[in-house]
Design a protein around this ligand. Structure first.
Ligand code: URA
Length: 474
């Protein structure tokens, strides 16, 4: 008797339970995966329809120990065409040998453990090696797309990890086995059809960004090609944009600044000005050389980050204001006053924080004697991002708190909804723990006292939540 099982464990379980209840021994049944069957097998006369098997099933409950189920659900993602038969053989034997799962030397039990372990390993690799690339959709919204070829059928096993980790991004992972898409507004993970390699984008903004990030954190002193190959098996290299850079970085590490210029060709970027080694001192020293975008032309000072060198909490504002530009220090103007008040109320000491900005030069328009603040464009935020990433790398904070939409755009993407998702600890490819809150200047600009109070409370609550998080993580 031959039974087709596609790739769903639930389908096998229902049919296997029916077969056990009908006392069909493993030798008399062949569960096969149509993906691996030849055409002649697909139309075999011996096939019976699964509906036949599930009809008139005796009302008995098979013995299914938890230890078996836990392994079986994982092993079911394996690409071994014989996996369903192995699972059925074990289920059948378990009805007679109730302690079989404890006999690890048994060939079937051993095979089950091996399949489950290989699936787990494949799942971990997928978590580590998926690289998203930013694409703009027709409606102007951004989506992050990754192409990935897992070894086993693990898409549905691995996808929830990405939903949790990149909860605020609109993303899709395309595989030859199927696709998974996440919609942050509805928080829904949806599965779709397989995708061919040609349908996956191979280059775009995020890829360039990732390359520049990788190149800027690349440390030739620690270079060990064998170890790199070991951690990143060659079969995964095709998806990783940074791999393209490896030969260049390995052979011309000293010339990497020129390499960066080539990578960023045509797009404004601070990358060529960021020092190879990321210490806060080196970053501060290199910042005045930055001509990565046009903003340096009219500013008085570039404004580096400031604070404790081992601070667990990094605060990222938008850009220096008028006072900050004149003094070359972050948060020394009116918005800084609000921030300091909230920090004092939350019990946060200067030694707990490092303050910086998503954009390091003041952007303004001159109106008479006044210089009026202007929001930076996404291209300016992106251009300045290598500085922020270098600061992140130097400091390695436990949490980054983005103050306002511009900082959130830099680390959480252009579609991040500040009022919707403020106060939540999120993960990004750039920093493990990121939270966003409103900008202190929003408190100053509030139209009335009630709104001012509400916004200040939001800022204070989020600062407190961020501070508690880093203290717990310490
Ligand atoms: N606003 C910011 O975002 N950063 C500063 O440094 C000052 C005001």
């Amino acid at each position: 008797m031959r039974i087709r099982i596609a790739q769903e464990f639930a389908e096998w379980r229902k049919l296997a339970r029916a077969a056990v209840a009908k006392s069909i021994p493993p030798e008399a049944i062949d569960f096969y995966d149509p993906a691996y069957a030849g055409t002649s097998e697909l139309f075999s006369a011996e096939d019976i329809c699964s509906a036949d098997l599930t009809q008139d099933v005796p009302d008995t409950r098979p013995h299914v120990p938890k230890s078996f189920m836990e392994m079986a659900v994982i092993a079911a993602y394996h690409n071994d065409p014989q996996r369903w038969n192995l699972l059925y053989r074990l289920l059948w034997r378990l009805q007679r040998q109730r302690e079989l799962m404890k006999v690890q030397v048994d060939a079937d039990v051993n095979a089950l453990f091996r399949l489950a372990e290989q699936v787990r390993r494949d799942e971990h690799k997928m978590h580590a090696f998926v690289r998203f690339r930013r694409v703009e959709e027709q409606d102007g919204e951004e989506r992050f797309i990754a192409w990935y070829e897992p070894q086993h059928h693990i898409l549905k096993l691995a996808a929830p990890f990405f939903a949790e980790r990149f909860a605020v991004m609109r993303w899709s992972i395309l595989t030859p086995d199927g696709s998974a898409s996440w919609e942050p507004s509805t928080k829904q993970l949806q599965y779709g059809p397989p995708v061919t390699r040609e349908q996956a984008p191979s280059s775009d903004e995020l890829e360039e960004l990732w390359k520049s990030y990788y190149a800027s954190i690349f440390n030739p002193a620690r270079l060990n090609p064998d170890a790199m190959r070991g951690h990143m098996p060659v079969r995964y290299w095709g998806n990783l944009p940074e791999i393209e850079l490896l030969p260049q970085l390995m052979t011309t590490a000293a010339k990497r600044v020129e390499g960066m210029v080539a990578i960023q060709a045509g797009k404004p970027s601070a990358a060529p000005f960021v020092p190879a080694k990321h210490t806060l001192t080196l970053i501060r020293e290199a910042l005045p050389t930055c001509k990565g975008c046009e903003l340096y032309k009219h500013a008085t000072h570039v404004v580096p980050g400031r604070g404790a060198g081992h601070a667990p909490l990094m605060l990222v504002g938008e850009q220096p204001g008028d006072q900050e530009d004149l003094q070359g220090l972050p948060f020394v103007g009116p918005a800084g006053g609000v921030l300091r008040k909230a920090m004092a109320e939350a019990g946060i000491a200067d030694s707990d924080i490092f303050m910086t900005n998503a954009v390091k030069h003041f952007k303004f328009v001159q109106r008479g004697k006044s210089r009026l603040h202007q929001n930076p464009r996404m291209s300016e935020i992106t251009a300045c991002k290598p500085w922020l990433l270098a600061e992140l790398d130097a400091l390695k904070p436990k949490l980054v708190l983005c103050l306002g939409a511009s900082a959130a755009k830099s680390l959480l993407g252009g579609t991040f909804g500040l009022m919707r998702d403020r106060g939540k600890v999120l993960s990004t490819p750039f920093a493990e723990h990121v939270m966003a809150t409103i900008h202190p200047s929003a408190v100053l600009r509030a139209p009335d006292e009630e709104m001012r109070h509400t916004l200040y409370q939001h800022l204070l609550n989020d600062l407190l939540a961020a501070y508690r998080f880093v203290m717990k993580a310490a």
